[in-house]
Design a binder for this molecule. Structure first.
Ligand code: NAG
Ligand code: NAG
Ligand code: NAG
Ligand code: NAG
Length: 639
């Protein structure tokens, strides 16, 4: 009979020796049997199953019913039966056929099949016969071996020996803030948590502090202050925990030369050998070094007096107490704040808060002014490969910019350039590192969509890491690739000085892909916030984020009142022109009304990291926590 297939028979008997069991014991037994469960679902399945809801206990038969409800996935059982000659046992030869036909295993299917039987078949007798029971098959389908995400991409697999500018680099903006930009507290936690997410470019906003000790906070605003020294100490501690590849400290420097000197001292004494203080190699370079060559190094990005050549020539000379000066022409529109974005607070913070919400952006006004920049030479000399240079135009950069100079461009201006002169932008980023930052009017730390700047090859698309939402989901999904190391090699067609790539006109070139996703079912989805039981009316949106032509969203129908095991069995097909830049996002929502959905969970990954075949899709909450065992079950193929 069916019952005999479940090995829970034997261990369960023990638990029921003294009669019935309660919910608590039921949970413990499920853990013992290795059944992933969500407490809310089990609680309601238990209530529904128990014949004596008053005593709150169940019999062994009732336990088996609960077990079946949670573990017996009909859709997986159907799949099992379609390859099992007797609908009970899957002989190795049929498993091999399944792997070849459905899971796109090309090589060594025999060896993999026997490995899977050894790994997942719990009944010894069946394992010895080189077969798989449904129980074993279920374990395999729920395992890491059936994740949608390619295992090969969970380690660093890309060539890390290209110049730095050939990579997308995980970058954060206003790293120290954890909530609101105007009143939110500055916490060191922001730095460590960004580093733990693989971020490789941190922004540090530095100001003169009391007792000649520089402080870090968001200029002119009420965010609390922390000293520059403690920030560098935290960075020293967490810099290379998650990634070996170089870390860039993007200094937002508002300090007097006197305190800049103190900053330089802290950088040198606290970071020690980690700090990059001179060029790599014996001869003067003509190009940026690679992430590989800069492993375990921390680079300072700041303005710099003079050239890198001059720094190299001065090497070994004491620059203590010297101040360098240069003049910078600033042309700015109202929307693109001075160098970086800093909302300026008038006297009364209350007033500003109200204004920040109400103010509609004024029409951009051009003003020109000349700014004198004073730099402590000690700090200036620490800037090697990442000299901050004011962006004027692509033309100006082509004629004047050095390989070690990089630009920061505000999102509004960058968006305009991307729309009007996309290929020129791609040519610029193929040559120089370009950083994009959010406009200063984003007082609530909201984020812009990073995709449109990745589309033109911008390396550092800085986001507020503390602000959850679609934008950070795209960021986290993209940088999961290449072992979460924070560096992704740009696709070949975006590299090199002659690239003709234009994200707004992608016809004719590249390797378009047809992607099909059969969304089969959901499993233990997070119940709706609004439901007092374990219910929701779930639907799934599948979105493609990439070049404009690839941007598309499709949606399943709504399954009423079932978050435990909704079944859709709907197929979606996408024609994707530039698969190398495409991200796929699954968003699970609860339909509250015809006009409103409640977010339940999501998963985002690069198309090129997707496995084919029957796979499960893990889900993450708005705050980025994994919602195990909540998942989607899908069948994927593309060519
Ligand atoms: C990695 O890239 C470097 C720089 O382009 C190149 O010289 C090298 O041959 C590449 N290595 C591999 C294994 O492709
Ligand atoms: C798109 O690029 C192709 C060549 O790659 C060109 O023939 C065509 O005119 C371009 N279309 C537009 C709208 O620019
Ligand atoms: C659940 O509802 C509460 C109150 O309505 C709300 O604050 C919270 O954000 C909701 N959670 C989710 C995940 O939507
Ligand atoms: C699911 O859809 C596929 C084709 O899209 C079909 O062959 C199959 O029979 C469907 N399964 C169920 C259970 O409806």
């Amino acid at each position: 009979t069916m019952e005999n297939k479940y090995p829970c028979h034997r261990p369960a008997a023990d638990e029921f020796r003294t009669g019935k069991i309660n919910l608590d014991k039921t949970l413990k037994l499920l853990i013992k049997l290795n059944i992933p469960f969500d407490y809310v679902h089990v609680k309601y399945v238990f209530k529904k199953t128990s014949n004596q809801p008053k005593t709150g206990t169940i019999t062994i038969e009732e336990f088996r019913a609960i077990y079946r409800t949670l573990a017996h996935r009909t859709e997986i059982h159907e799949l099992f039966c379609s390859y099992s000659p007797n609908r009970k046992i899957l002989p190795e030869i049929n498993l091999i056929e399944f792997l070849r036909k459905e899971q796109f295993v090309i090589d060594a299917a025999e060896a993999i099949a026997s490995e899977l039987i050894a790994k997942y078949e719990p009944i010894e007798e069946v394992q010895r016969k080189k077969q798989m029971s449904f129980e074993g098959f279920l374990r395999y389908m729920n395992s890491k071996d059936c994740l949608i995400y390619k295992r090969e991409h969970t380690i660093v697999y890309q060539n890390m020996s290209h110049p730095l500018r050939d990579y997308f680099i995980s970058s954060s903006h206003n790293t120290y803030l954890i909530s609101d930009q105007l009143i939110g507290p500055s916490h060191l936690w922001g730095y460590s948590s960004a580093l733990m997410k693989g971020c490789r470019c941190l922004e540090i906003d530095c100001w003169d502090g009391p007792q000649n000790d520089p402080i870090v906070y968001h200029g002119h605003t009420l965010t609390s202050k922390i000293t520059f020294r403690t920030v560098i100490e935290v960075i020293d501690k967490y810099a290379f925990v998650v990634s070996d590849y170089p870390l860039v400290l993007s200094l937002e420097n508002h300090c007097s030369p006197k305190q800049q000197e103190v900053m330089a001292d802290y950088l040198e004494t606290i970071l020690g050998d980690k700090l990059l203080t001179t060029i790599i190699g014996d001869t003067f370079p003509t190009d940026l070094p690679s992430p590989e060559a800069l492993k375990f190094k921390i680079l300072v990005k700041n303005k710099k007096v003079g050239t890198l050549e001059e720094t190299v020539l001065r090497r070994g000379l004491d620059s203590h107490g010297e101040i360098g000066e240069f003049v910078e022409e600033v042309e700015q529109s109202e929307d693109d704040e001075a160098d970086e974005s800093t909302p300026v607070l008038p006297k009364s913070p209350q007033l500003k808060r109200r204004n920040a919400v109400k103010r509609s952006p004024p029409p951009p006004r051009k003003k020109r002014k000349v700014k004198k920049v004073k730099l402590a030479m000690e700090l200036s000399e620490l800037v090697i490969y990442t000299k901050a240079e004011k962006f004027k135009s692509f033309e100006h950069s082509r004629a004047n910019q050095k390989f070690y100079e990089m630009n920061s461009i505000g999102e509004t201006k960058a968006r305009k350039l991307a729309k009007q002169t996309a290929n020129e932008f791609v040519l610029h980023t193929a040559k120089f590192i370009t950083r994009i930052y959010p406009k200063g009017t984003r007082a609530t730390s909201s984020n812009y969509n990073p995709q449109e700047f990745w589309n033109v090859g911008c390396q550092m698309v800085a986001l507020n890491f503390q602000t959850p939402g679609l934008q950070m989901e795209l960021q986290n999904g993209k940088f999961m690739d290449n072992g979460c190391c924070g560096y992704l090699l740009k696709p070949e067609f975006m590299r090199g000085s002659t690239t003709q790539f234009n994200p707004y006109n992608v016809t004719g070139n590249h390797n378009p892909v047809t992607l099909s996703i059969r969304l089969i079912s959901g499993y233990q989805l997070p119940p709706s916030n609004l439901s007092r039981t374990n219910k929701a009316d779930p639907l799934v949106q599948i979105e493609i984020h990439g070049v404009p032509e690839d941007q598309v969203k499709q949606q399943t129908c709504v399954i009423k009142s079932n978050a435990l095991c909704p079944r859709w069995n709907e197929t979606f097909t996408f024609n994707i022109q530039v698969p190398e830049l495409a991200l796929v996002r699954f968003s699970v929502e609860d339909q509250i009304s015809l006009a409103a959905n409640e977010f339940l969970g999501q998963y985002t990954l690069p198309l090129m990291c997707m496995n084919k075949g029957y796979r499960h899709v893990p889900l993450f909450s708005k705050l980025g926590d994994r919602l195990d065992p909540a998942s989607l079950f899908v069948y994927i193929w593309y060519y």
